[in-house]
Ligand binder design. Structure first.
Ligand code: AP5
Length: 225
């Protein structure tokens, strides 16, 4: 299955992706995670990306398109993949179409997680991520265990550098200006499915799971929520 997860920052894309990969057994390709890993490793790409990410603005298209193109060629993507946070501009979506067409592949579903802005800030500022396995928690909605993470490592839970309230507001603005137009782009291709992102992570997952099961039986999706 070839899936794209789109939605505002903090909508729950990573949270749902972690559940979905267990259900459909395809790799999660998160451009945000890839850029953060490059940053941590101190590579040229990571250092370049850092200045954009810390301001909450998008890393230039050519950088992320190149990253995704390379990643999609890996053999673990043969059964499918889940793109999380890519594409984020119409230019990226068009480039992805070109890459997939060369590979004779195509997107099955674009799942757009819809969450109002006022909910986003509370979700993001309470996020904590396990330093070792990347599992996502929330101080109020899904508190990290006191002693150790479920991966077994000693509890070391990080706050992301771009999760400060002023940066989150900038990320939301960028989302509305540059990423939200993707909804129309994919609606025209009849692959868009809007998912209500309110409720608990399990409730949201259940909506996605039911949609994927139904569309699998019916052999296609729809653009209604
Ligand atoms: P990226 O890492 O992709 O960040 P993002 O899209 O802003 O999304 P987040 O990771 O912040 O949120 P999420 O939707 O995954 O939410 P999560 O599940 O963690 O990108 C970071 C930066 O990298 C960008 O700003 C940009 O600079 C650069 N970048 C990345 N991709 C790029 C691209 N393609 N082009 C250019 N630049 C790019 O959940 C958030 C919190 O809410 C968690 O604490 C979670 O526990 C909680 N939560 C989740 N669901 C629920 C729920 N249903 N109820 C209550 N709490 C919930």
């Amino acid at each position: 299955m070839e899936i794209i997860l789109v939605g505002p920052p903090g909508a729950g894309k990573g949270t749902q992706a972690q559940r979905l990969i267990a259900l459909i057994a395809v790799p999660q390709i998160s451009t945000g995670d890839m850029l953060r890993e490059a940053k941590k490793a101190g590579t040229k790409l990571g250092l370049e990306a850092k200045s954009y990410m810390e301001r909450g603005v998008l890393v230039p298209d050519e950088i992320v398109i190149g990253l995704v193109e390379e990643r999609l060629k890996a053999s673990d993507c043969n059964p499918g993949y889940m793109l999380d946070g890519f594409p984020r501009t119409v230019a990226q979506a068009m480039a992805l179409d070109g890459i997939l067409s060369k590979m004779q592949r195509k997107i099955d579903h674009v799942l757009l997680l819809e969450v109002p802005d006022e909910v986003i800030v509370e979700r993001i500022t309470g996020r904590r991520t396990c330093k070792h396995c990347g599992k996502i928690y929330h101080i109020k909605f899904d508190p990290p265990p006191q002693e150790s993470c479920e991966c077994g490592s000693k509890g070391e839970f990080m706050v992301r550098a771009d999760d400060k309230e002023d940066v989150v507001k900038e990320r939301l603005k960028i989302y509305h200006d540059q990423t939200a137009p993707l909804a129309k782009y994919y609606q025209k291709k009849s692959v868009l499915r809007v998912i209500d992102g309110l409720g608990s992570p399990d409730q949201v997952f259940d909506r996605i799971r039911k949609f994927l099961m139904t569309s699998d039986r019916e052999g296609g999706g729809s653009d209604e929520s």
